[in-house]
Design a protein around this ligand. Structure first.
Ligand SMILES: C[S@@+](CC[C@H](N)C(=O)[O-])C[C@H]1O[C@@H](n2cnc3c(N)ncnc32)[C@H](O)[C@@H]1O
Length: 257
């Protein structure tokens, strides 16, 4: 869900000729092997990306085409890189040393990509606003720290003041409703303008130990985001949903322009 919407946002940026900058604050390893290591053990991908590749819905053609072209299972850095044009730039931040090494190896001698072994929230202060004046910021934290939402909000509020026209995409897990509701309220009251939350829920989010769905908050969503993203989410639900109670697609406006 996150990657399909990310690709849509990148294409929207590429509709204008002038160069753009992408900051991936929590970049991960860049790409993942599905037939070895933990992915092979759980086999979860077969009920996710595996199903989509076997029967690609038209609304996901662009994203799935990239997955096939890139091979492995591409993470955000590889997908973003694939959507850059000459002159666009990507900065990836990651704290885990092994992932940093993998990213550096992947982008060695790539003058459009910078890999930073630094805290992604701190990078929001250091790397924004970008010299291009246009930029997409992907914030995709692990949500292992109970205070992640607070760190996120604090960083976002400060960054928005300095880079108001940036497009921000923030992924969040939907395990149960209470933390999501609290996050939405904090955003609505943050003073940040033009915020939409897009959610895909696969089953009633009542079991806090399971990932029952996920959401992407988008600040300053580009033109036509709402309509086209609804089509992408509906296609995902059709292929991945099991028809369980509480499943659905939601687009919630948290703050007006
Ligand atoms: C959910 S994964 C990122 C996945 C990646 N964005 C993708 O879509 O392929 C979160 C990553 O954030 C890293 N991380 C955790 N805290 C961080 C921080 N404060 N700054 C930068 N990276 C961090 C973790 O090591 C992990 O690789």
């Amino acid at each position: 869900m996150k990657h399909a919407l990310l690709v849509w946002l990148l294409r929207a940026f590429a509709r204008k000729q002038s160069p753009f900058f992408v900051l991936d604050t929590h970049a991960g390893a860049g790409a993942y092997a599905l037939e070895e290591g933990p992915a092979k053990l759980t086999g979860e991908w077969r009920r996710g990306i595996g199903l989509l590749l076997a029967n690609p819905p038209p609304a996901l053609a662009d994203y799935l085409g990239l997955v096939q072209r890139l091979g492995l299972y591409p993470g955000s850095p590889l997908l973003i890189r694939a959507c850059l044009r000459e002159g666009d730039r990507l900065a990836c931040c990651e704290l885990h040393p092994e992932d940093v090494a993998l990213l550096r190896a992947r982008f060695v001698r790539d003058r459009q990509v910078g890999v930073h072994a630094r805290d992604g929230y701190e990078a929001l202060r250091a790397l924004l606003p970008p010299r291009e004046g246009r930029g997409l910021v992907l914030i995709d934290p692990p949500f292992e720290d109970p205070e992640e939402y607070d760190h996120l909000l604090k960083a976002l509020r400060g960054t928005f003041k300095r880079f108001r026209h940036g497009v921000y995409a923030v992924w969040y897990p939907i395990k149960h409703r209470a933390p999501v509701r609290a996050f939405h309220t904090m955003l609505a009251e943050s003073g940040i303008r033009d915020i939409l939350a897009a959610e895909l829920v696969l089953r009633e989010p009542t079991d806090p130990t399971r990932l029952n769905g996920s959401g992407l908050v988008v600040i300053n969503p580009p033109f036509r985001f709402e309509e086209e993203v609804r089509a992408i989410l509906s296609a995902l639900l059709e292929r991945l949903g099991t028809g369980q109670a509480g499943a659905g697609v939601r687009l919630v406006r948290l703050a007006d322009e």
